[in-house]
Design a protein around this ligand. Structure first.
Ligand SMILES: *Cc1c(COP(=O)(O)O)cnc(C)c1O
Length: 369
């Protein structure tokens, strides 16, 4: 048996009876788009995050677009973001017609370099789009202060960080808006695609509501270019069940990460992620030094342990952003991360013996050379 990056049937087995009840309820009700299921999930998730407004949308990618758009980001604006993330982060900036301004990572972390982001602010900057990558809360205080002075807003990409906290606050509640993903592999995974926009600001929430329905502001009234970005009722009903279990999922992820950290922290040739308070370990991502990342991945695969590389190419070097004219060497820390990052299985259904197999295989690799 392989140790896999994900095992949703096993992770969700205990939820199956409640999921079936939710499915039957939606089937009997017949309102499959919008309706009470979506409203109820939105209320419960808003309470869980302690945020005034939570709006269900079709995906994390669309959550980013709708959030930026609701905050007035569009053509002629610059949006500062990390050179190291999933493509949807920076793609959302292009989708609203604005220009991504990439900043590098710090030498040692996976979240954008706040000082570099602040230095990149210009009179054209309308937003900063930091990412809580791998579930690690990104330090936002300095970014929020600098954004405010510059007349820009902060939109948090929380796609990998449901439930992550900075002090007493959930991520997604500190900036002008937060964007979450319910893609099945995420910390709060749904049963298909789904997403969420969070905001404390009522006018922003009202614009999100309009944008997710083609810019609809009233009966037969359309004011802005939005789209069909709604969350399905069935998705909302099932997510509502998963939401009750997300605290347990996060605790299991943190426990697994703690075990890995204790066993691997002292190995030369490896940099482990920090066990920061509030980190939810959407991914457990090592840096493998000395050009041995792919060799370690192969070694683990031969011993039945799956791994993943998030992300092998920094965003500025993707063809999608070629028009910005970036060249290799401009984002040295992101480029180094792209060559060193290796994610281990950290999902909540891992057994103690599976976690042991992961560790044994990693330790064996470093002992044998
Ligand atoms: C998954 C992800 C998204 C996009 O979410 P989808 O629900 O897959 O559209 C955006 N940003 C980051 C950092 C992600 O990991």
């Amino acid at each position: 048996m392989r140790v896999t990056m994900l095992d949703l049937p096993r992770q969700l087995a205990a939820l199956a009876p409640a999921l079936r009840v939710a499915f039957e309820r939606v089937l009997a009700d017949g309102r499959f788009v919008g309706g009470p299921e979506v409203a109820r999930f939105e209320q419960r998730v808003a309470a869980r995050l302690s945020v005034p407004h939570a709006l269900g949308v079709s995906s994390g990618s669309d959550a980013l677009v709708v959030a930026l758009s609701a905050l007035g980001v569009g053509a002629g604006h610059e949006v500062i973001t990390s050179a190291y993330s999933f493509v949807a982060t920076a793609e959302s900036i292009l989708r609203v017609g604005a220009r991504p301004v990439f900043v590098d990572l710090p030498p040692d972390g996976f979240n954008l370099d706040a000082a570099a982001a602040i230095a990149a602010l210009t009179s054209r900057t309308r937003a900063l789009l930091p990412v809580h990558l791998f579930g690690e809360p990104c330090a936002l205080r300095a970014l929020l202060d600098a954004a405010e002075r510059a007349g820009a807003v902060v939109v948090e990409d929380c796609a990998q960080a449901f439930g992550a906290t900075l002090g007493a606050r959930a991520v997604g509640t500190l900036g002008a808006a937060g964007a979450f993903s319910f893609f099945p592999a995420k910390v709060l995974g749904g049963f298909g695609d789904g997403g969420l926009v969070t905001t404390a600001d009522l006018p922003t929430a009202t614009r999100v509501r309009a944008l997710r329905q083609h810019g609809r502001t009233g009966p037969d009234r359309y004011e802005a270019v939005g789209g069909n970005y709604r969350l399905d009722a069935l998705q909302a009903a099932l997510l509502d069940v998963a939401l009750e279990h997300v605290g347990g999922f996060i605790a299991a992820r943190r426990q697994c990460a703690g075990e890995y950290l204790r066993a691997l922290a002292e190995l030369p040739g490896l940099v482990v992620p920090p066990l920061t308070e509030g980190h939810v370990f959407g991914c457990f991502t090592l840096r493998v030094l000395d050009g041995r990342r792919d060799a370690l991945a192969r070694h683990l695969s031969e011993r039945g342990v799956e791994t993943a590389v998030y992300y092998a190419t920094p965003l500025p070097l993707q063809p999608l952003f070629a028009a910005l004219g970036h060249r290799a060497g401009e984002f040295p820390n992101a480029e180094r991360a792209a060559g060193e990052a290796l994610s281990l299985p950290v999902h909540p259904a891992l057994t103690a013996s599976e976690r042991g197999r992961v560790l044994d295989a990693v330790l064996e690799f470093f002992r044998s050379r």
